[in-house]
Design a protein around this ligand. Sequence first.
Ligand code: IMP
Ligand code: MG
Length: 183
Amino acid sequence: MLEDIKEVLFSKEQLEECAKRLGEDISRDYEGKNPLLIGVLKGSVVFMTDLMRAISIPCEIDFMAVSSYGCSDRSSGAVKFLKDLDTDIAGRDLIIVEDILDTGLTLTHLTKVLSARNAASIKLCVLLDKEERREVNVPVAYRGFFVKNEFVVGYGLDYAGKYRNLPYIGVLKREIYENSAKE
Ligand code: IMP
Ligand code: MG
């Protein structure tokens, strides 16, 4: 798998350190509360497990799945719900946890849907922010790192379902997704 990676951007240690910093920020900001962390499947799972262990106040987790890139490297803009929450979120303080913020269409849609269910508050926590690609303005409360406009994989992030298990985040070689687009 390593031969498919052009460059490692963030090591396992840097990612753990980042989750620790964000977890501490959340613990401070939500002192006395019981926030519900909502992970967007599947990309956020690795980040979520590091983040939740870095939170020192009571909190709960839930997950939802929306359709995303499929096998292509570009956002279709269409967001479809594939799995809903198990939790009643009325009156809850929500923190939506995402692997990467790209165009912002997914999180804008999610925020709209969840706020209609009368959550007390909704904030966003994203590990990576590809700011250059933004199409709609999205307020980010907790951000790990900014990244350039390159396709990245690992630590939960995939290309066509692969590479999520890499312990680091790296840039995928262009020929990997260009070749498969021609197949
Ligand atoms: P958007 O912000 O609605 O465009 O979509 C964000 C979603 O696109 C993320 O949750 C990822 O699933 C996916 N995505 C965007 N950029 C990348 C990338 O570089 N690597 C892997 N997935 C990506
Ligand atoms: Mg995702």
